[in-house]
Write a protein that binds this ligand. Sequence first.
Ligand SMILES: [Zn+2]
Length: 159
Amino acid sequence: MYWTTHIAVGALLGSRSRSRLSALAMGAISHPLLDTIPHYDFKNKIFSAGDFIIGLALLNLLVDDRDNSKIILGALGGGAPDIEGGLVYFHLISKRRAYFHKLFPHSKTSLARALVQESLIIAAAYLIVKNNQKKPPSNPAFVLPVRFKLNSVPLRPKS
Ligand SMILES: [Zn+2]
C-alpha cells in the first residue's frame, strides 16, 4: 500500500486518539490492517521516493496551528513499518525478517484500481481531519493581530 495512504489513515486515527501513546499505537496497528486491502506496491524506487515525499507533503497539509502531536504520532506509527521495506532494499535485513509485513496476508490489485481506492481513502481521511479542525483555534492571539492589521488599512484615501 502507498506510504501516503498509511500516513493519511494514521493521522486520522491519531487525531481521534485520547493520548499520544494510543495515537502512535493506532497508527502502527492500522498499517498491517490496511495492507490486507488489495493494493499495488511500486517496483520502481523513483515512484516509492515520490510516494514518500507526497506523504510528507500531505502530513504538512494535515497539521494546523494547534497541538498536532497526536496527528504526527499517528502518521508516524502508520508510516514507520515501511522502514522495513527500505532496510530490505538496502540489504540491511533479509526479506524473511520483515516481520511487520507478515502479520496479515498482502493481496494485490492493478495500479489503476489501487490508485482509485487509495485516493478515496486519502481524501476521506483528509476531509475528516480538516472538518474536526474547523472548531475555533485554541489560541485566538494567533488570529487577532492579523485581523487587526487588515481592519486598520483604510479602504479609501482620506479626503
Ligand atoms: Zn507496508
